[in-house]
Design a protein around this ligand. Structure first.
Ligand SMILES: [Mn+2]
Length: 234
């Protein structure tokens, strides 16, 4: 089974360069059996839409477009923190009921020897209860004032968004937390798990071995950060 996985597109956020990578994604996913959108596919916190309805409608259009572009491919959506957003979840669930090729889960997908999860357990939420509490804060998240958006635009020009994740998410600590969470949900190496695909940290991880598992993170389509959709054969 050919699987393509892509994380942290942050569609809806003007700072994301996802459009520049769409052709590469399309080329990779054209003959895939499954496309995994691995969380923060949409960024409702930093959406420029005037209304939440507008933002949700654009997200649904994007997913419909994906399903049309890859007519023989199944599409699985894992939520991340930025799209663990109640109005979107309702629309996503409604779409999945109408589209048998589309499935979704708030936290993860296991296929054979491979686990896909967003990776926000890296903030320190190393069991399902802690992660649910963290995600709960995003369900009805209000958008910050437009001024803060402009501050972030400037911070991006200064590459703060490149430096801070490396500070907050040193890879060994991230992998230690992912490892703890994976065992807490009962998907350890003892169950035949070999590969873990995650995102969230915006720090690329290329097939790093850690305590019996191999971890992969394709980065994020943000300026000055490496990004690539990844291919997994399961
Ligand atoms: Mn995230």
């Amino acid at each position: 089974m050919e699987i393509v996985v892509v994380s942290d597109l942050h569609v809806l956020c003007r700072r994301s360069r996802w459009r520049a990578h769409r052709d590469a994604l399309d080329a990779l996913a054209v003959d895939a059996d499954l496309l995994v959108l691995n969380g923060d596919t949409f960024d409702f916190k930093w959406s420029d839409h005037a209304t939440e309805e507008g933002a949700v409608a654009e997200a649904v259009r994007f997913l419909r477009g994906i399903l049309e572009t890859f007519p023989r491919c199944r599409v699985h959506v894992n939520l991340g923190n930025h799209d663990h957003y109640a109005p979107y979840i309702e629309a996503l669930d409604a779409l999945a009921r109408r589209q048998p090729r589309l499935t979704w889960h708030p936290y993860f997908l296991r296929v054979g020897n491979t686990l896909f999860l967003h990776g926000d357990v890296a903030v320190g939420a190393v069991d399902p209860e802690q992660l649910a509490v963290y995600r709960g804060k995003w369900l009805h998240k209000k958008r910050p004032h437009a001024f803060l958006g402009r501050v972030y635009d400037m911070a991006f020009r200064l590459r703060v968004h490149v430096l801070l994740p490396r500070l907050f998410f040193p890879t060994t600590r991230t992998l230690r937390r992912l490892h703890a969470y994976i065992y807490a949900i009962g998907h350890g190496a003892d169950t035949g798990l070999e590969h873990v695909y995650f995102g969230h940290t915006h720090v690329p991880v290329r097939a790093r071995r850690f305590r019996g598992l191999t971890f992969h993170n394709g980065g994020a389509p943000l300026p000055h950060i490496a990004f690539a959709p990844l291919r997994a054969r399961v």
